[in-house]
Design a protein around this ligand. Structure first.
Ligand code: NSS
Length: 429
């Protein structure tokens, strides 16, 4: 309850009480002499009705447009036909801001909705997705805090690649080149020596040239790095964090979750330990499904989808071949040709949610692999120093926030996990 007597729509509950609410006209319809206005705010929608014979003092402009902002006072009445079972009999009306003809009407094309994203984010669906996303990030922060991690703030403007050159966005940085960060990992690796277990939540950028339902060019990356942890321990960190996020969102927002198409009970059933399969076992599953895949190569989109569809709970794929993982991934001392890396996969066809694992400690080995990826070790001097001054075994991972929201809410396209998605052909609005 605010001090000015104005309440949110979700708080209009008790028949017989008078409430004042503020919001935007979601729908309007005239029926006989009565005017019906469905008002929306960030907490929901409420049907309000004006009967001129009951409240002749109230004047509602005849041309009141969709998305006009208004303040309404009214008496709450039980009404089984109204959405939510409560209706407000309007006793006071004030127009705050009139609305032009709203450009979004029913059955618009995807492109028109994307061109009008700044207005379309007002839709119930996108509002709820953004609220769930906020809760996902809040829950992640809470988990890290409860588990003794320190939040850190790595740079976004960087001088060298973390995830290979193919997806780097470059820009002019005074008289040299710089890049937009693909991952905070290398900086988190430096920060563990000062702060122990660390995490960061930052934008990451990928110049992805492909149009898929799971790639953005800008996304929010939740990353963690831990000294003295190995592959199995970092998988445990991920499954606990992941389950905690699922549980928190299911408990705090069951209505939003269900109305977006996900059963909150399913999210509550996601608990550690998650199933773990090796890369080699994963390849077998893919091949058994009749999908052509050569061992030693990365999973293509059809293989990843098939694998993901094979499971009904999140699972890990671990111990990958060295060729398909970046220079920083630790070689498996017991399995030549393999590395101590693990990806957390979502079921139901969604696929990779995180990548992580143990980091290579051997200086010469890293230098050799940096070169093999076509980079200049000189650009990584500061990173190589971490292996020179008190190096320790360590591991970490990165989780794509939008990937998680995409699966969590069973969205068709990852762009709907963003208010203003950045994809191959779009940087506006
Ligand atoms: O490239 S990753 O697989 N791994 C890293 O960046 C590591 N350096 C992270 C780390 O260990 N600190 O990206 C990690 C995750 C991946 O699993 C996805 O969930 C997400 O980041 N990701 C993306 N989300 C949306 N769009 C794109 N293009 C994208 N690329 C990665």
């Amino acid at each position: 309850m605010s001090t000015d007597g104005i309440v949110k729509i979700r708080d209009v509950k008790v028949p017989g009480e008078t409430y004042t609410i503020r919001g935007w006209v979601y729908r309007k319809r005239i029926h006989g002499k009565a005017t019906f206005i469905v008002l929306r705010d960030e907490t929901g929608v409420l049907q309000c009705v004006h009967h001129p014979n009951l409240n002749p003092q109230v004047q509602i402009p005849e041309n009141l447009g969709i998305e006009s902002s208004v303040k309404i006072t009214g008496l709450a009445k039980e009404d089984k036909r109204a959405p939510g079972g409560i209706e407000l009999e309007i006793t006071g009306f004030e127009l705050i801001g009139p609305s032009h003809m709203f450009p979004i009407t029913k059955d618009q094309s995807v492109e028109v909705l994307l061109d009008n994203r700044h207005l379309w984010i007002r839709s119930r669906k996108l509002t709820q997705i953004m609220q769930v996303k906020a809760e996902v990030v809040r829950a992640a922060r809470e988990w890290f805090y409860e588990n003794g991690y320190t939040e850190t703030f790595p740079p976004i403007l960087v001088g060298s690649a973390c995830e290979g050159g193919a997806t780097l966005f470059s820009l002019k940085y005074f008289d040299r080149m710089a890049y937009l960060s693909q991952s905070a990992q290398l900086y988190l690796e430096a920060l563990i020596f000062a702060l122990g277990d660390v995490y960061s939540i930052t934008p990451s950028f990928r110049a992805e040239k492909s149009r898929t339902v799971r790639h953005l060019t800008e996304y929010w990356h939740i990353e963690a790095e831990c000294p003295f942890k190995g592959l199995e321990e970092i998988m445990q960190v991920q499954e606990h964090l992941f389950s905690y996020i699922c549980k928190t969102v299911a408990e705090k927002m069951p209505d939003a979750i269900s109305s977006l198409g996900r059963d909150p009970d399913y999210l509550l059933s996601i608990r550690p330990p998650f199933k773990r399969i090796t890369y080699d076992e994963a390849v077998k599953i893919v091949q058994e499904k009749g999908i052509d895949m050569r061992p030693g190569t990365d999973f293509g989109a059809p293989a990843e989808r098939a694998l993901s569809n094979h499971f009904d709970r999140p699972f890990f794929i671990y111990r990958y071949p060295e060729e398909i993982k970046p220079f920083y991934v630790k070689r498996d001392p017991d399995n030549p040709g393999y590395v101590l890396s693990a990806d957390l996969m979502a079921p139901e066809g969604y696929g990779e949610m995180t990548t992580g694992g143990a980091r290579e400690e051997d200086l010469d080995n890293i230098i050799e692999r940096v070169k093999a990826e076509g980079f200049d070790p000189a650009d990584y001097q500061w990173y190589l120093d971490l292996r020179r001054y008190g190096s320790v075994p360590h591991s970490g991972f990165g989780l794509g926030t939008e990937r998680l929201v995409w699966w969590l809410l069973k969205l068709d396209h990852i762009r709907d996990a963003c208010a203003f998605p950045r994809v191959l052909n779009r940087v506006t609005p």
